[in-house]
Design a protein around this ligand. Structure first.
Ligand SMILES: *Cc1c(COP(=O)(O)O)cnc(C)c1O
Length: 397
């Protein structure tokens, strides 16, 4: 399974490269250069150095005793990606791609961002290496995420508002693509999740796979056996595939991906692609999408901006069809309760994205034996969400 994708960037029927001719040279160059650095000792040593000394890896695998006791079933471990520099796993990928850009002698980085988290990770990595950075963002999102816009500017990035379409992530992606097509000689486009055309889903998975490689070693050292379950939230799918990948060959390890159930599936206001979507092509890849009968992309909803997207990474679509990974969802309400649960029981305020994974653990753990083990990926910390949660609860700060 880890041999996927094939040479055309396909995960079974999913993935591929559905892009205009003008983008092909850029994607082919990236694919060739990535194939080189994958085997290049010097590159891998540089990456390992920055992940350790700058990001703070390895992140800990923390035994959550009070949460375990409270739920009264399986023993729960948290993989602490919230402890990464900038507070989430996204930096793992941003550092990898910035190093790659420098290998390609590209001194300008572009990215697009919805919630701002990927923009911040990219601006951070670009600043650290002294590269020029431009981040595209829908003007609607810029208003909602004013703090992250300012944070990116503090880091020296130019944030460019996109005033087209719904003025959100989809439109920002289109604009970033246009920029890349025009400026490909000097510019590398950093995608934030396992989405888009080949080689992005493969490359970003590889950069995030460090999460599972560490977790596998750590759980074997702590417990002398593999976990029974892995649980992670699924936006584009990078933190989840990052945790799962090293365990895909371990047939007994069950895996659960948790999507955003929003206000519930029947309400139509959600981002649970596997509970209401079907395959189609969006932004260069074939995968499960939330779309209407005419193939128009549906508006999605989630309390958590990082999970609020109409498409899921193509590799997940294959594992869904094969039944290798089970996909479920947590609603906004369930995620909000899990947010409180982890804060009170463990003194850890999770990102609202990660709270979706905790919500699933709260349902699953009590049904399992005390001798069973769950590893849940805590993809990010919740500082960024505190204001929003207060506002939703009518608390004035
Ligand atoms: C962006 C983000 C996610 C969702 O993205 P994936 O690619 O699915 O991992 C989850 N958690 C946090 C904290 C994020 O910032």
């Amino acid at each position: 399974m880890s041999m996927l994708p094939d040479s055309h960037g396909r995960f079974g029927p999913y993935g591929g490269r559905y892009v205009p001719e003008t983008l092909m040279p850029a994607l082919l160059e990236l694919e060739a250069e990535y194939a080189k650095v994958k085997k290049d000792r010097r590159f891998q040593a540089d990456l390992a150095y920055y992940l350790k000394q700058y990001v703070g890896r390895p992140t800990s695998l923390y035994r959550a005793d009070r949460l375990t006791k409270k739920l009264g079933g399986a023993k729960i471990y948290l993989k602490r990606e919230d402890l990464c520099h900038t507070g989430a796993h996204k930096i793992n990928n941003a550092i990898g791609q910035v190093l790659l850009a420098m290998r390609m002698k590209k001194r300008r980085i572009i990215a697009e961002t919805g919630a701002g988290q990927h923009g911040v990770a990219t601006a951070t990595a670009a600043a650290m290496f002294g590269l020029e950075c431009e981040v595209y963002m829908g003007t609607e999102d810029m208003q909602r995420q004013a703090l992250n816009v300012y944070r990116m500017r503090l880091l020296g990035a130019t944030v460019t508002g996109v005033d087209a379409g719904s003025r959100t992530l989809k439109d920002a992606i289109s604009e970033a693509m246009r920029d890349w097509t025009t400026n490909v000689r000097t510019t590398h486009y950093i995608l934030g999740s396992v989405l888009g055309a080949h080689p992005y889903p493969m490359m970003i998975r590889d950069f995030q796979a460090i999460i599972g490689k560490e977790a596998r070693k750590q759980i074997l050292a702590a417990e002398g056996k593999l976990p029974n379950y892995l649980v992670a939230c699924v936006g584009g799918g990078s933190n989840s595939i990052g945790l799962f990948h090293a365990f895909l060959g371990d047939r007994k390890v069950k895996m659960i991906g948790v999507e955003a159930g929003g206000s519930g599936i029947v309400s139509g206001k959600h981002a649970a692609r596997f509970s209401g979507g079907k395959p189609g092509v969006l932004q260069g890849t074939m995968t499960y999408l939330l779309q209407d009968e005419n193939g128009q992309i549906n508006l999605t909803h989630s309390v958590s901006a990082g999970l609020d997207y109409a498409a899921v990474g193509p590799e997940h679509s294959l594992y869904h069809d094969q039944g290798r990974i089970e996909y479920t969802y947590a609603t906004d309400t369930e995620a909000m309760s899990a947010f409180d649960l982890l804060a009170r029981e463990e003194g850890i305020v999770p990102a609202l994205e990660s709270a979706h994974a905790i919500a699933e653990v709260a349902k699953l753990a009590p049904k399992l034996k005390k001798s069973q083990l769950i590893i849940v990926n805590l993809s990010g910390r919740g500082d960024k969400d505190v204001q929003q949660v207060a506002k939703m609860r009518g608390v004035e700060l």
